[in-house]
Design a protein around this ligand. Structure first.
Ligand SMILES: Cc1ncc(COP(=O)(O)O)c(C=O)c1O
Length: 378
């Protein structure tokens, strides 16, 4: 059987990983400033995480959501405390798309309406309503296009207000900081107005923190830079440090009802153990403080590179923009310098999403390598 060929692959075979490094089948070592697409939060194969997962697997790996699972309660309590979002309820699922799918469904249940407002260059996943709310026609099949979604530019509040006032909108979905699109974000004034207009019109405000959350922006959630209180927050990626898990944080505006949401695998014992370990390590190693410290250092050092026209993002969800396309540079960084970085739909931008435990010396490694690659390009 062949694999269904949907991914253009780099010819690298990582077989081992530790901290911010991965090793290929020939033993070559790579610096991982991509975190497997913003997923590795506490570092690859962290020893506490490995011990926790091994221990859990030796006890019980899975049972269904029809019985008590105290690990889900432990995870919800820890997450509430560490994120400052103790006044939300938690629903556990398996991926980012599934989190957004459930969030949109809750908004529609609550309001009885079905049109969604999303933003230009947004990415919310590849399933039914989540992909319809993603600003990329190439990944929407006709079946997805039956969803009613309106895409608006970021930071244009008047346009937003006139759409909402039409009265048929159930949800507004927005990334704390855009990931796949290329690190654009709403201003504080825009986020605060979004919240105000949504509340006034009884529309559910969904903050997609799947990429920008879990400490990556330098606060637990990126929206916390703007002092707002969304109705729903969605999470995945860094939450499990590679173990598939997602979640929906739901404010008390929306009341739970048996059968309203559900999943076979969501919140299973192994996934909860992984997510609990991530929060424990984040707290023990002060990874949000490290994110802010290393980010500041990155922003200082990156100024040494004159070819960069703009640096976008916050914390360790960063984009460096050039006035030319970066595909060749990304390739050279991987194959000549052994450094992974990310791309974006903005083809002139390199995305930097390292583990939150990355060290300043590893930023030095990157900046020096990037300088050399850019000099070779001349
Ligand atoms: C902001 C955002 N939302 C949703 C998703 C979808 O997550 P998943 O691939 O886990 O379904 C992604 C994935 O890149 C994302 O970056």
């Amino acid at each position: 059987m062949n694999l269904f060929n949907v991914y253009p692959l780099y010819n690298v075979v990582p077989l081992k990983a530790s901290g911010c490094y991965v090793w290929d089948e020939k033993g070559a070592k790579y610096l991982d400033l991509y975190g497997g697409h913003g997923v590795i939060s506490i570092g690859h194969s962290h020893s506490d995480y490995v011990t926790k997962l091994e221990g859990q697997l030796n006890k019980i790996g899975f049972y269904s959501n029809s019985v008590q699972n105290p690990l889900q309660v432990e995870l919800a309590n820890k997450l509430g405390k560490l994120s400052g979002c103790e006044d939300y309820d938690l629903f556990l699922c398996n991926s980012g798309a599934e989190a957004n799918e459930n969030a949109l469904k809750l908004a529609s249940f609550k309001t009885g309406k079905k049109r969604v407002i999303s933003f230009e260059r947004s990415f919310h996943g590849r399933t039914s309503a989540a992909v319809a709310a993603t600003d990329n026609l190439n990944i929407n099949a006709p079946i997805n296009l039956q969803q009613e979604v309106t895409f608006l530019p970021l930071n244009q509040i008047d346009l937003f207000e006139s759409e909402i006032e039409k009265g048929d909108v159930c949800a507004v979905i927005i990334e704390g900081i855009q990931g796949v699109g290329g690190l654009d974000e709403g201003t504080t004034a825009f986020f605060q107005q979004l919240e105000k207009v949504c509340t006034k019109n009884e529309v559910i405000l969904i903050l997609d923190e799947i990429q920008s959350g879990y400490g990556r922006s330098g606060k637990f959630f990126a929206f916390q830079h703007h002092n707002i209180h969304p109705d729903i927050i969605t999470i995945a990626k860094g939450m499990g440090n590679g173990f598939p898990i997602g979640g929906v944080l739901i404010s008390d505006k929306i009341k739970a009802k048996f059968g309203m949401l559900g999943t076979t695998f969501g919140g299973n014992h192994l996934a909860c153990a992984a997510a609990i370990s991530v929060l424990d390590v984040m707290e023990k190693e002060n990874l949000i403080d490290n994110t802010n410290e290393v980010s500041e250092y990155f922003l200082k050092r990156i100024k040494e590179i004159p070819q960069i026209t703009k640096v976008k993002g916050k914390g360790l969800i960063l984009g460096v923009e050039f006035d030319f396309e970066v595909a060749e540079i990304r390739k050279k960084l991987i194959f000549d310098k052994h450094i992974f970085t990310g791309g974006a739909s903005n083809k002139k931008l390199l995305r930097i999403l390292p583990p939150l435990s990355v060290a300043k010396s590893q930023i030095d490694e990157f900046v020096d390598a990037l300088k050399e690659v850019l000099n070779d390009k001349k």
